[in-house]
Ligand binder design. Structure first.
Ligand code: GLU
Length: 495
């Protein structure tokens, strides 16, 4: 049996899109399921669209997601180079081979002449394209064009009769009529290949067994099949993956949505780096993406990537474009934070959003705060709002109206807080349990609700209405600091 080899072949034209990451993920799962290899190839033949640092970012984001390639531009491999721009001679050699074997030809048309052809086609209500007028030039005609100083492109002699049939592992049997196909350009006049030529040659020489790519390429598939046949090479399996639909349900989730908002006014996240910055865990994101268009079975939505590898199968991929259930991501992320992340790792992960918010993180405090946060956040960034106050250099006191509890006024809240002081002072052990019991008893004595007592203390010691739980927080802050803050709250109430 041949080793399964799949690839992710992005063009470095910008940041890694979440849909591309999902294609990469499926391609990787397929390879790993079969104990095979996953290759990263950079399709950088369109120099005009090249974006600086795009490759570095792809590699960084794939690594963050845990989608590790076995061969690629950064780590090499026996089928390199993995940048198409470094493989130009190979494309030129095989384009020439096609010409020599009467499967392709030199075409000398100028841009103006091509425009002229298009105009004529438009007049006849034909789609734009090339009419093949240089297919059968004589040697003399070619020499004459060369003498004029024209540099030719190489065009494919497309088979126009009959149909092309392919079995796609996701889309099923597909059939195309060849009379709609064109003599496409394979090699441009500057010696650079087009996608059509380059990827077929690379997939052949890199011994790719399964070409997994977005179904946006499905209309080009007959061109590629004809090209494979012209070379006489064994055609790999094709699997055209569904694309993600924009959460508003209108069309594909595309780069155009970067920076836009959905109907509820939330930012639509499109790039992998945006998900990272928003505080999602890579494992949760991978679990979420694996669920879109593929089903683990047993109605399970939460599973490890190892479990997904064991089960992954292209026949389970839904061919239809996938709705994007973004609302599920927070739910999954919360589960990963609560149930699949150790305190040490979570503390490590929480450091970044805290620091980004300009806070100075004390490791010891962070480690104590983490278990309190773990059960209460859905995204890592939520830590800033919930527990950022632990890391403020100086305490930010609460507003008067925030300290006053429901159905109470300033005077009764002052009385309540004043009653807490001697009791808290008298506590021998400064633990959550001791405080909880004592303050519970106080609430009964004062005929107040627990929530009123706990709530006033919470705002007093944290400065905010939403925070980590009151007594756990007071335990971490320590007795002196907690009492000081309660006294300050009383002063604030007294105005
Ligand atoms: N470079 C192509 C793209 O980014 C890759 C398509 C393929 O996987 O063959 O769309």
């Amino acid at each position: 049996m041949k080793t399964v080899r799949t690839r992710f072949a992005p063009s470095p034209t910008g940041s890694l899109h979440i849909g591309s990451a999902r294609s990469a993920l499926f391609s990787w799962l397929l390879a790993k399921h079969h104990g095979g290899k996953f290759i990263l190839r950079i399709e950088d033949t369109d120099q005009k669209r090249y974006v600086e640092n795009a490759v570095e970012e792809f590699i960084e984001m794939l690594a963050w997601l845990g989608i590790h390639h076995d061969e690629g531009p950064d780590i090499g491999g026996e089928f390199g180079p993995y940048y198409q721009s470094q493989r130009l001679e190979l494309y030129q050699k095989w384009a020439k081979w096609l010409v020599e074997n009467d499967k392709a030809y030199y075409a000398y048309d100028t841009p103006e002449e091509l425009e002229q052809i298009n105009q004529e086609r438009r007049a006849k209500k034909l789609p734009p394209g090339y009419d093949g007028r240089h297919r059968d030039l004589t040697d003399e005609q070619r020499a004459a064009y060369e003498a004029e100083g024209r540099t030719p492109v190489i065009r494919f002699k497309m088979r126009r009769e009959g149909t092309t049939q392919v079995h796609d592992l996701v889309q099923g049997d597909v059939e195309f009529r060849n009379n709609t196909l064109q003599d496409i350009v394979l090699l441009k006049s500057d010696g650079f290949p087009t996608y059509h030529l380059a990827h077929v040659i690379d997939d052949h020489f890199m011994e790719i067994t399964h070409v997994t790519r977005s179904n946006e390429w499905l209309p080009s598939l007959p061109i590629h099949i004809n090209l494979w046949n012209a070379f006489g090479w064994e055609i790999p399996a094709y699997a055209h993956l569904p694309v993600l639909l924009n959460p508003n349900g209108k069309g594909k989730l595309s780069k155009r949505h970067v920076g836009t908002k959905n109907e509820s006014g939330e930012q639509i996240l499109v790039l992998v780096k945006e998900y990272k910055e928003a505080g999602y865990l890579p494992e949760a994101l991978v679990n979420f993406l694996t669920n879109i268009g593929w089903n683990f079975g047993d109605e399970r939505e939460i599973f490890t990537v190892q479990e997904a590898i064991q089960r992954f199968d292209l026949s389970g991929v839904n061919p239809a474009n996938s709705a994007y259930p973004i609302e599920k991501l927070d739910w999954i992320n919360g589960i990963y934070i609560r149930e699949h992340t150790s305190i040490e790792r979570l503390a490590e992960l929480l450091r970044e959003p805290l620091q980004k918010a300009g806070l100075k993180v004390d490791d010891e405090v962070l480690l104590k705060v983490t278990p309190l946060v773990q059960t209460r956040i859905t995204k890592l960034n939520d830590v800033v709002e919930l527990a950022g106050f632990f890391f403020h250099e100086t305490f930010i006191p609460p507003a008067k109206e925030d300290i006053i509890q429901k159905k109470m006024d300033a005077a009764s809240t002052i009385k309540l807080l004043e009653a807490t002081l001697p009791r808290l002072e008298a506590l021998e052990t400064w633990t959550t349990d001791a405080m909880l019991q004592d303050m519970d008893a106080l609430a009964t004595e004062l005929a107040l609700k627990r929530g009123q007592v706990f709530g006033a203390l919470r705002v007093a010691v944290t400065g905010q209405k939403i925070s980590t739980p009151t007594f756990e927080t007071m335990e971490i802050l320590g007795k002196d600091e907690s009492l000081k803050r309660i006294r300050l709250a009383i002063d604030i109430l007294k105005g």
